[in-house]
Design a protein around this ligand. Structure first.
Ligand SMILES: NC(=O)c1ccc[n+]([C@@H]2O[C@H](COP(=O)([O-])OP(=O)(O)OC[C@H]3O[C@@H](n4cnc5c(N)ncnc54)[C@H](O)[C@@H]3O)[C@@H](O)[C@H]2O)c1
Length: 295
């Protein structure tokens, strides 16, 4: 594999383009918004500068990495010579299904079509294509250049050959791939989201305050950040929508989202992206300030 197309140049897409290009692949980064592409190139440049500062790469490495990335707003042309497409567009089922239908017609017949979805069924996405054996989940973690794990998700019809190719490719990026099957939440979110939800229920029931809950999990379980801080980082709207996928897909009341989480999302308190969640987030400071609602 040499040519990679990445669909969606947001938080995840820019990181995915970065790691492929830094590992020597030619990358076409595709988005419907020209500004998203410009922002992504800016972010990649700054992240590469950080690696230069840490003496992990040279300025020459930065130049050649950036030279391997081209951008496009035309998906059809952008994927025409791809060996692998990694889709990292907005998390909406209707959008992903229409993208995969279009990709199936535009990408070469032997091109593997991967999705970075956090929660949508790989099997459902594969079913809209004529090549379900070549469709797979490639779930990178945020921030992509830093996090080692790739959760490789086999849809019901994904072939062994596709799975082996994606596992090997992931290793060539310096990542550690783990193979899992396609059930709601896969493994990462099936375990993480109920933990976050339980932390919110613990807060809602008044068992402990925000700071206490996060401190117990940080110092007691050696987690790098507490579950409430992590929820703010992921986005409370994202947590809620993944919990709903688990609840609907597995039919077990233990996945029911905490009413406090539902209220916060309805009120627009989404965590870092809106400036407030369980904590107040001010650009340029790392101090953890508990939000007024929880003081
Ligand atoms: N943010 C995370 O922490 C995280 C972690 C793992 C997986 N994911 C998954 O990665 C995917 C992307 O998430 P994100 O956080 O980067 O989203 P984002 O909102 O930051 O970026 C999505 C990008 O997709 C673009 N887009 C929308 N429709 C498109 C189309 N038809 N063609 C091309 N581009 C299109 C948007 O313009 C936007 O730039 C989602 O499936 C999400 O579930 C996110």
């Amino acid at each position: 594999m040499k040519n990679i197309a990445v669909i969606g140049a947001g938080t995840m897409g820019n990181g995915i383009a970065h790691v492929f290009a830094q590992s020597g692949f030619n990358v076409t980064l595709i988005d419907v918004q020209e500004e998203a592409l410009e922002r992504a190139l800016g972010t990649i440049g700054r992240n590469l500068d950080r690696l230069i500062k840490k003496e992990k790469i040279t300025t020459q490495d930065k130049t050649s990495t950036l030279n391997r990335i081209s951008t496009s707003t035309a998906m059809k042309e952008g994927v025409a010579s791809a060996n692998l497409v990694v889709e990292a567009a907005t998390e909406r089922t209707d959008l992903k299904l229409s993208i995969f239908k279009a990709l199936d017609g535009a990408a070469p017949a032997d091109c593997i079509l991967a999705t970075n979805t956090s929660s949508i069924s790989i099997t459902e996405i594969a079913a809209v294509t004529e090549r379900p054996e070549l469709v797979i989940g490639m779930h990178f973690m945020n921030p992509v250049p830093v996090m080692k794990l790739i959760e490789v998700i086999r849809g019901y019809a994904t072939s062994n050959a596709t799975c082996i190719a994606v596992m090997e490719l992931s290793k060539s990026l310096g990542k550690i791939p783990v193979e899992v099957n396609d059930y709601p939440g896969f493994v990462a979110n099936r375990i993480l989201m109920p933990m976050i939800n339980e932390a919110i229920i613990t807060l809602h029931e008044g068992v402990a305050d925000v700071h206490a809950i996060d401190t117990v999990m940080k110092l007691g379980m050696a987690h790098p950040m507490g579950p409430l801080q992590l929820a703010d980082f992921i986005g409370l709207d994202v947590c809620l929508s993944i919990l709903r996928v688990l609840y609907d897909g597995l039919g077990n009341p233990k996945y029911a989202p905490c009413p406090l989480l539902v209220n916060m999302v309805t009120a627009g308190h989404l965590g870092i992206k809106s400036g407030q969640g369980f904590y107040v987030h001010t650009a340029g400071t790392k101090e953890l300030v508990v939000a007024p609602n929880f003081r």
